[in-house]
Design a protein around this ligand. Structure first.
Ligand code: FES
Length: 363
């Protein structure tokens, strides 16, 4: 039988050494077979590949002189691949954005007073911020609420400078001084996010609100401080669970050590934000609710942990709907959401918003 081009021998150069492969592989898989260490986390001496769907461009290597996302680039005979971070980081980072558009209500890290304005303007066009929907995510939530943006991984990758120009011009078109990075997961390409924030700050010397919407899984204290220094003024973190088993169910990450690290880092990031940053930037938290994923008892546990840290932080209760690969759950009714909203307020949370099928309630 004739061999397909994909199964033919491929001889490639990786960092100056010759390797031969016979399987159909991506560049990232070839690097792994060649003995390179691959990691979901940015770690010294490892190829950092958090999304593995071609959206974040963190796994970028040089292929025949051009930057390519190694996780989705097919290995071809004769390729020359360079993984040296110094060489790669001498060039601007790249990232794909699925959409840039004006958003009426904003996200978890949008102050509730702005949402209220939207409600008061009901019937007239009113927008709170421009959202940039970055592609790629480190999580695999079966109920991903934004999956067409998260996993589409199509389009032209943008430098921070070009991305900032596009986003800024959209904000000017709608006369908005507020920009949100959402996704997908905006934080998984750190160099790109920090640089795009800096560029937006430079383009708006009279001030602009820059909001980062995140699952918090990579929020280390030094990263948070770097984002603030770069211009981040608001942050919203979705808390998926208070128990590891639930976190694994909601995020689709079952590997024990991997899921534990993501889970613990997200709570540690929230703790750092509430203890050290609440006076410097706006912090909002999201609590996910759907009785098939996160039961009421666990929602109360999450609220209890938040109250211990800071009872006045803005909390948004999110009604998870059937989406993506999990269509068999039922979206909570407005009445069910309002009952939980009242419970959280009675527990001592001072600023609770509630997302329902009938719109936003509270605080
Ligand atoms: S890990 Fe390859 S693009 Fe995100």
């Amino acid at each position: 039988m004739e061999k397909s081009p994909e199964s033919e021998d491929k001889t490639v150069l990786i960092d100056g050494r010759q390797y031969r492969f016979t399987d159909q592989l991506t560049v990232l898989q070839a690097l792994s077979k060649a003995g390179y260490k691959i990691s979901h986390f940015p770690e010294e001496g490892r190829v950092y590949a958090p999304c593995r769907t071609g959206g974040c461009w963190s796994c970028t290597v040089l292929v025949d002189g051009a930057l390519k996302p190694s996780c989705v680039t097919p290995l071809k005979d004769g390729m020359e691949i360079i993984t040296d971070r110094k060489v790669i980081e001498a060039m601007p980072p790249l990232r794909q954005i699925a959409a840039v558009k004006a958003h009426p209500v904003g996200g978890v890290g949008t102050p509730h007073t702005l949402r209220k304005k939207y409600q008061l303007a009901s019937g007239k066009p009113y927008y709170t911020e421009v959202g940039a929907f970055t592609q790629g995510c480190i999580l695999r939530c079966p109920t991903c609420q934004n999956w067409p943006y998260t996993y589409s991984s199509r389009g032209t990758p943008l430098t921070p400078e070009r991305a900032a120009e596009i986003i800024d011009s959209k904000a000017r078109e709608f006369n908005l001084k507020r920009i949100a990075f959402t996704g997908g997961e905006s934080t998984i390409n750190r160099r790109w996010l920090v640089e795009v924030l800096k560029n937006l700050k430079t383009l708006n010397p009279d001030g602009i609100n820059l909001h980062v919407d995140t699952n918090g899984a990579l929020l280390t204290p030094d990263y948070i401080e770097q984002l603030i220094a770069a211009g981040m003024t608001d942050i919203g973190v979705d808390l998926k669970a208070s128990r590891l088993e639930t976190y694994q169910k909601v995020t689709g990450i079952k590997h024990p050590a991997f899921s534990r690290r993501l889970f613990e880092q997200s709570w540690a990031g929230v703790e750092y934000l509430l203890k050290n940053c609440a006076g410097r930037i706006f912090v909002g938290l999201g609590i996910v609710y759907n009785r098939s994923l996160v039961p009421l008892e666990e929602v109360k546990e999450i609220a209890g942990r938040i109250i211990e840290l800071n009872p006045s932080v803005q909390v948004c209760l999110l009604d998870y709907r059937p989406e993506f690969r999990q269509r068999d759950i039922i979206q909570p009714s407005t009445g069910e959401m309002l009952d939980i909203w009242k419970t959280l307020k009675k527990m001592g949370l001072e600023c609770v918003l509630c997302q329902t099928t009938a719109g936003y309630y509270g605080p």
